[in-house]
Design a protein around this ligand. Structure first.
Ligand code: DP6
Length: 324
């Protein structure tokens, strides 16, 4: 009872921030993302009657108790479906450097869901795979699919799942990640999602999201970066304003984050079509089309405070690689 699966991280153009139901990971708003080709997780799961507890390694190293508990809870969802009590050995590897701001629960839980379901012989269609992955990590619901993906917030377990908007080959958008800090963040997204309700700006952001969603969808379908760019910047800023105005406040930005936002403005004024988005951390994702990527990378590399540059494009969805 063993299987291996691979999944990619994703970068959200309209962000998921705030939960309405913590147990089910039901988000407050729909979100839209691009699954990435370079930031991938490969996970192997083996269920065995000889194990007395689940075992988890990440990049060959024994994982923390907290990570193991989260993975065990996720495996329980699939064990229940399969009617199997066996414990599992889980080995997960990332194809990207740790601490690059890409370490992603999305890729991890999408790969874990597919590998565990494969090993247990539980057949899941895309929507069901997305629902189960969501229980492990909200954004994992989106990494089930490749390319451009829309996660319907829904109101209960059945209605909250992702759907593909367009495949990876639809549009060659690049995510140039400017890494300015490699430390692990102090407040996890899981904790942050619970604080969103305490911000007086939450309602304003959610209203803006409703206006942006159809524009983002159209812009992706028409491959129109000049329409998409301003929407993703507006939502990234709004999400960070909610974070910063939560009680207690969450500041994910570093001084270098602001410097990069200003640099993007200057580059755009000079004619480079590049836009930013920022996740729950200080690193800045520079979104451009393939034809501009060299110009963007050259400019980012000139900034002495950028420690590392990673270039990702649209990648495939979760893939089950091997079952035995
Ligand atoms: C800022 O999916 O990491 O990246 O459900 O607690 O695992 P959990 O949260 P997570 O939150 C993602 C937050 C974000 C925005 C996004 O990717 O939509």
């Amino acid at each position: 009872m063993r299987a291996r699966a691979e999944a990619g991280a994703n970068i959200a153009f309209i962000k998921y921030w705030g939960v309405r139901d913590q147990r089910l990971n039901l988000p407050l708003n729909d979100s839209v993302s691009m699954t990435l080709d370079v930031a991938r997780t490969i996970t192997e799961v083996e269920f065995s009657p000889s194990l007395s507890a689940d075992v988890l390694t990440i990049n060959g190293v024994s994982a923390s108790q907290a990570a193991l508990r989260r993975v065990s809870r996720h495996l329980d969802l699939l064990r229940e479906r399969a009617g199997v009590a066996w414990r599992a050995r889980v080995a997960s590897r990332n194809t990207f450097p740790m601490g690059a701001g890409l370490a992603s629960s999305a890729a991890a839980f999408a790969a874990l869901t597919a590998a565990a379901a494969g090993a247990l012989g539980v057949a899941l269609d895309g929507a069901e795979m997305s629902r189960v992955a969501r229980r492990g990590s909200g954004s994992a619901a989106r990494s089930v699919y490749g390319g451009y993906v829309w996660w319907h917030a829904g109101t209960d377990d059945a209605s909250s799942f992702a759907e593909p908007l367009a495949p990876p080959e639809h549009w060659d958008v690049r995510d140039v990640v400017a890494v300015v800090a490699e430390e692990e963040k102090k407040v996890s997204s899981a904790e942050g999602h619970l604080l969103a309700h305490t911000s007086p700006f939450l309602r304003a952001r959610l209203a803006q999201v409703q206006r942006l969603l159809p524009r983002v969808r159209e812009a992706i379908l028409r491959r129109d970066l000049s329409a998409l760019g301003p929407c993703i910047e507006a939502d990234a800023l709004a999400m960070h304003f909610v974070m910063m105005s939560s009680r207690p406040p969450l500041f994910y930005w570093a001084p270098e984050t602001v410097a990069l936002l200003k640099a993007v403005q200057v580059w755009r004024e000079a004619g480079v079509a590049v836009y930013f988005t920022i996740d729950a951390g200080p690193n800045v994702h520079l979104i451009c089309e393939a034809e501009d990527v060299e110009r963007v990378v050259a400019r980012v590399r000139r900034l002495e405070y950028v420690r590392r540059v990673i270039v990702a494009g649209p990648g495939p969805g979760v893939a089950l690689q091997e079952t035995a």
